[in-house]
Write a protein that binds this ligand. Structure first.
Ligand code: FMN
Length: 436
């Protein structure tokens, strides 16, 4: 019987059109635009006691695939995309316990602005905000922010180290207890508990203090997704949770050991870094029904070969239109974009065509296709093999039906096994994340 208690999150691939022309897309074609589709999702995932709802983001329309924006705009896959911090703000108003994580790139804002934004969102949510720290990786994004190109891969992480340290200093520029709100003495804030930070570093400068009060979590939750060697060093130093992509259960286990080891080297308790693995379960009424649904979905992705490849092209900045889709990618292929993801694709030695569904555990190999009960059993066994800490469920083109299958089918089956929570024990995101 599986033992390991684990966390669940949702990885939302952008504040964008979900399954707008697929089966069961319903009204989501239109009602994603005002956020209502995503608010429904947030309510569902909170009902299922998810740790967090994470919203991916990028600030550009890609033109990597075939050297054109055509495929990206045609499928509405990487664009159009709204700002995730605005969605996070309204999500805070329809949920009470679940964490909400918005992506913001360090190369596209300043430490002061980011610290103030997250602090404000932490107040709006009563302590449930997280920041997905990304560095930006595409030159088109750099060009939207006045640069010609992205900095080299490792330098971006060096800069992000300083960015995060500056943000943390700003968050700490208000001591606990600085807000007095004493009617008698007429003091709102004790000015002796609010400090400048006077940061003048290699890449950033900020005087401080922050002009918004200390947030309920003090330091909102930090999430990060890079798994290259430099990315792991960064995440081991700063992250409370890691978005991890791996090809199979052994790779998941090895990646977790590696990140926990690096965190310990930084003097951190490895249990304070929750590594959540991307997975895409497919739930059916019966095993056959689930297999048939997985077949239909795969067939869709194959039909839209350029849909899948263009998506991967935009994040890895490799133009996959130049390769034979029936061959594996050439060994030694490298990038200044997402290195970890490209390495996983090359390492898999699968024909490119089979990689169009993305590198998520959820495929048949992991056995996450079946009835709610059988998938729950295999997910629990998988976590025992990996050692923890949980899954970040995702779907490229989610529908309300898919979300219900997860929240009212899979999750209750996991709860019956005692491997996921049945209620939130704490008020803040970080407390719930660190509770087990
Ligand atoms: C699953 C996953 C999700 C990511 N989400 C985002 C995102 O929302 N926005 C972004 O700019 N980068 C995103 N990234 C990129 C990472 O933050 C990082 O910049 C990139 O993976 C390069 O890191 P690496 O080379 O260390 O693997 C994501 C990467 C992965 C693997």
């Amino acid at each position: 019987m599986a033992q390991t208690k684990f966390h669940l999150g949702w990885f939302q691939d952008g504040f964008r059109a979900p399954a707008w022309n697929r089966r069961w897309s319903g009204t989501s074609t239109r009602d994603w635009q005002d956020g209502s589709f995503y608010l429904d999702m947030a309510r569902s995932f909170e009902r299922a006691c998810f740790d967090y709802f994470m919203i991916e983001d990028n600030n550009y329309i890609p033109d990597v695939y075939g050297g054109s924006e055509a495929a990206y705009l045609k499928y509405g896959q990487r664009a159009p995309k709204h700002d995730p911090t605005a969605l996070a703000a309204i999500m805070t108003q329809v949920t009470r316990r679940m964490g909400i994580v918005a992506t913001v790139a360090t190369s596209e804002t300043t430490p002061f602005h980011l610290a103030r934004l997250m602090s404000t969102l932490d107040h709006l949510s009563h302590g449930r905000i997280g920041w997905n720290v990304v560095t930006g990786s595409n030159d088109r994004a750099a060009q939207n922010f006045g640069q010609e190109q992205q900095e080299p891969h490792d330098k971006r992480y060096d800069m992000a180290d300083e960015f995060v340290e500056t943000v943390r200093a700003l968050w700490s520029s208000w001591d606990e207890g600085a807000v007095v709100m004493d009617r008698e003495s007429g003091i709102y804030v004790d000015h002796t508990k609010v400090h400048t930070i006077d940061h003048r570093g290699e890449h950033y400068a900020s005087r401080g203090p922050l002009n918004t009060l200390r947030s309920p979590q003090g330091h909102p939750v930090l999430v990060q997704a890079g798994v290259s060697p430099r990315g792991r060093a960064f995440t081991a130093r700063h992250s409370d949770s890691v978005i991890a992509a791996a090809n199979n259960l052994d790779d998941m286990r090895d990646l977790r050991i590696s990140i926990r080891g690096l965190a310990a080297e930084q003097g951190r308790n490895p249990d304070d870094v929750k590594i959540l693995f991307l997975a895409q379960p497919m739930i059916g009424e019966t095993e056959d029904d689930a297999q048939r649904k997985a077949d239909v979905w795969m067939a869709d992705e194959q039909r839209f070969l350029d849909f899948g490849l263009s998506t991967l092209a935009s994040v890895t900045t490799v133009d996959f239109a130049q390769f034979d889709p029936d061959e594996p990618l050439p060994l030694g292929l490298t990038t200044n974009g997402h290195q970890g993801q490209l390495d996983n694709m090359v390492k898999s030695r699968k024909p490119l065509r089979e990689l169009t569904t993305g590198v998520v555990v959820g495929s048949r190999e992991a056995g996450f296709v079946g009835t709610a009960e059988s998938v729950a059993e295999r997910m629990a066994e998988a976590m025992d093999h990996v050692g923890g800490d949980g899954f970040l469920l995702t779907h490229f083109t989610p529908t309300r039906r898919y979300v219900d299958e997860i929240c009212d089918g899979l999750v209750p089956a996991l709860q019956d096994r005692g491997v996921v929570r049945t209620e939130y024990a704490h008020e803040t995101f970080k407390e719930n994340l660190l509770a087990f």
